[in-house]
Design a protein around this ligand. Structure first.
Ligand code: PHE
Length: 451
């Protein structure tokens, strides 16, 4: 068997992992969850979730991956025996499912990127209506996935690392650049208070739409968003870490990745809302979450008009496409590497066959945004949460000597005991609670379908 592929450099690994984490979740979901759920109050809750459950799970995935030097299914078998392989299958299923609809949304962003280059015309709501479902959505979904497959088929170093090292710095520059530009616009100030004002009254859900479950939903959304945004609970970080050398410092890497991920999410809101308020379009925000990105922002670029509208719009949707691409790469890599390790297939064949399968599965969400929303509920709402719970329990209770494995490459860190305690006693109850809230939510959504 060929020796296992490896990252070329430490920075290459970081770029790829940050590329996985930074995506549509950061630039689209985070700002809206925050604005809708109490601004700064929600940011603190989100940070707490990241620290208490996100980082421990990330470190758990990295420890498993680097220790076993195998993709998820085999890594779980390596440390836990055959009994634990189903958890690996769950990861692969989650990878397929997320990739299939993620690529549809990414297809929309590519379509918008092209439209931004040309200049937005007509009513953006009509544009969204005409491209989000049906033949155009299918075509762009397939095109986007083809590029993703091509990168993955070129290997860990020659494909994934190279693409991320090239693209991520561009994304950072663009996001920061647009945020600074938005700050200079008159009227942007209100955008900041809308986004991150301290609004406990919006955080605490009372009145007709309030009560226990509404509040529980906000809390579980913060946790779910942390998993989704950090690409946790489905083996992406595990797989990427399986290409690391033993001397890498896992706690440092996980901190860098989580900080970069939060940084981009936070800054994304600093570009979106000030732009919307500066151009006087704040009344259009509340209409819908999808609408916010794909309807309100194109109107912003339209209103800006001229060269500025073209340039800012093109950069914005370009950055979104880049973020989506590097995330999709990691989703496909989980599935691909599992096939390579389990069946001994060549990388090219595995990438194309698995990519084609995800492409076929994605036809459904490309035909119907309702189906897309439901698939997201199942994948992000259920699979990632279950996956994270399983990982926490596995590394916390089943794996022999995780502290010994994680401490390779580090010197004299004393708080690894804290990490293990979090995995054992903090992660399971919080994630278990989130799971209950999510199951209820999915049951309600399913019932609503039959009504
Ligand atoms: N983290 C990515 C984002 O925020 C999505 C993702 C989830 C990627 C799970 C890989 C695995 O968009």
């Amino acid at each position: 068997m060929a020796p296992r592929e490896q990252w070329g450099t430490r920075a290459g690994f970081i770029m790829a992992a940050v590329g996985s984490a930074v995506g549509l979740g950061n630039m689209w979901r985070f700002p809206y969850y925050t604005a809708e759920n109490g601004g700064a109050v929600f940011v603190f809750l989100y940070l707490a979730m990241t620290a208490l459950i996100g980082l421990p799970i990330m470190l758990a995935e990295m420890t498993l991956g680097r220790g076993a030097r195998q993709s998820p299914i085999k890594a779980l078998e390596h440390y836990g025996g055959k009994r634990w392989m189903p958890l690996g299958f769950l990861f692969v299923a989650a990878g397929f499912l997320i990739l299939s609809y993620y690529s549809v949304i990414a297809g929309w962003t590519v379509r918008y990127f092209i439209q931004a280059v040309r200049g937005f015309e007509g009513a953006p709501a009509d544009l969204f209506g005409s491209i989000s479902q049906g033949t155009p959505a299918i075509a762009f979904h397939l095109g986007f996935l083809a590029v993703t497959i091509w990168v993955v088929s070129n290997g860990v170093k020659g494909g994934i690392e190279r693409a991320s090292t090239l693209l991520m710095p561009v994304l950072f520059l663009v996001v920061v650049g647009i945020a600074v530009y938005a700050w200079t616009l008159p009227g942007s100030g209100e955008g900041y208070s809308y986004y991150i004002g301290w609004n406990p009254s919006e955080f605490v859900k009372t009145g007709a739409d309030g009560g226990f479950w509404a509040q529980a939903n906000v809390i579980s959304e913060a946790a779910g968003q942390a998993f989704f945004s950090l690409s946790l609970g489905m083996g992406a970080m595990l797989t990427f870490s399986s290409y690391l050398k033993k001397d890498s410092h896992l706690p440092n890497e996980s901190l860098v990745i989580a900080s970069a991920d939060f940084g981009v999410a936070f800054i994304a809101g600093l570009m979106v809302f000030p732009l919307i308020f500066a151009l006087g379009l704040s009344s259009a925000i509340g209409e819908s979450t999808v609408g916010a990105l794909f309807i309100t922002l194109p109107r912003v670029f339209q209103e800006m008009g001229g060269v500025t509208g073209h340039v800012v719009g093109t950069l914005f949707f370009g950055a979104l496409t880049v973020g989506a691409l590097t995330s999709a790469i990691s989703l496909l890599e989980v599935v691909t590497s599992s096939i390579i390790d389990t069946f001994g297939w060549a990388r090219k064949r595995a990438a194309w066959v698995m990519g084609a399968t995800a492409a076929a599965l994605g036809i459904l969400p490309a035909m119907s945004t309702d189906a897309l929303g439901y698939m997201d509920k199942i994948a992000e709402g259920l699979f990632l949460v279950l996956g994270a719970l399983g990982l926490g329990i596995f590394v916390g209770y089943v794996m022999k000597d995780p502290v010994g494995e994680v401490s390779k490459g580090t010197k004299g860190i004393r708080w690894f005991g804290v990490w293990r305690t979090l995995l054992r006693f903090v992660v399971p109850p919080i994630v278990g609670f989130v799971l209950i809230v999510r199951l209820r939510d999915i049951a309600l959504a399913t019932l609503a379908w039959f009504e």
